[in-house]
Ligand binder design. Sequence first.
Ligand code: MRU
Length: 340
Amino acid sequence: MIAPTDIIRLEREAVVILDQTRLPGERVERVCSTVAELVAAIRELAVRGAPALGVVGAMGVALAASKAPDQPERFQRTVLAEAAMLATSRPTAINLSVGVQAALEAATGLWMEPTAARTAIVVAAQAFHRAEVRRCEEIGRHGATLFAMNARICSICNAGALATGGYGTALGVIRRLQDNGLSPTVWVPETRPLLQGARLTAWELAEEGIAHQVISDGAVASRFGLGLVDGVVVGADRIAANGDTANKVGTYGLAIVARYHGVPFYVAAPRTTIDPRTSTGAEISIEERPRAELAGVAGQRTVGDDSPIVNPAFDVTPAALIDAIITEDGVLRAPFDFSV
Ligand code: MRU
């Protein structure tokens, strides 16, 4: 498996990420030496996936602190301003602000001592990364109890090691099944328009030797109709207090198809993805991505300039369609209530 520090790492004055826009063709690192560069990498999806965004959010605060002036008031003002830029660089995944906040909390009481604050933030950011990987391993352990030998599983987008800084949530469950000798097979919808399924999930599964087949998004429903799917496990970008779950656009349709065919639909996510302050999915802000991402394929224009485009990156699956939410603490069954 690809090592967590090969996916995201904090260096002395940089956050280094494996550039996910270049996969599977090239394995290239992108060095972000300023918070502005890191924000650009986040917006371009060079680093993406909710838990991974939390990790780079925390590391971004460490980067801001490493470059901020030594004068205490200016240090604090600079770090807080750059932290706010990071936290708002993508709107849907709650993990981003959770990671930023975890790093800022480390500086509590230390703002007048920039050297001590820098050290504390670095330690917190590294710890946040390690903890997120551990949470994913636990998710994998709990989730694997839900599937039998030779399960045929569908998972949209990429919720693997790349999306989490190591191991994965939905793919963590599948990885654990494979490690337990249960030989899962994965249906991988390509996940238009940015193809996280075809480019990233298929790459991760191939690296691990896990059986899989890539299908077009339009072929998903007929796999269920033909009786070829035993279960669905997907990641999440934000889970509201009532269990409504935002994830990659297409997840809602997948959940409807699964319910129609009586196939269990599971969400796998760490507690850092649960947002108890958001009561229902209706309150979740859904990112609208640029027109260019939908209006062309491989550099060729596919939509004429006269046709307007709507390009939401995520959708919300109502809790009623979710059979269980797999977290590091165990498998939670409906009715979900994360309000406390
Ligand atoms: O736009 P992306 O690629 O960041 O979307 C990612 C997803 O929707 C993932 O499924 C989600 O973040 C869970 S990752 C464990």
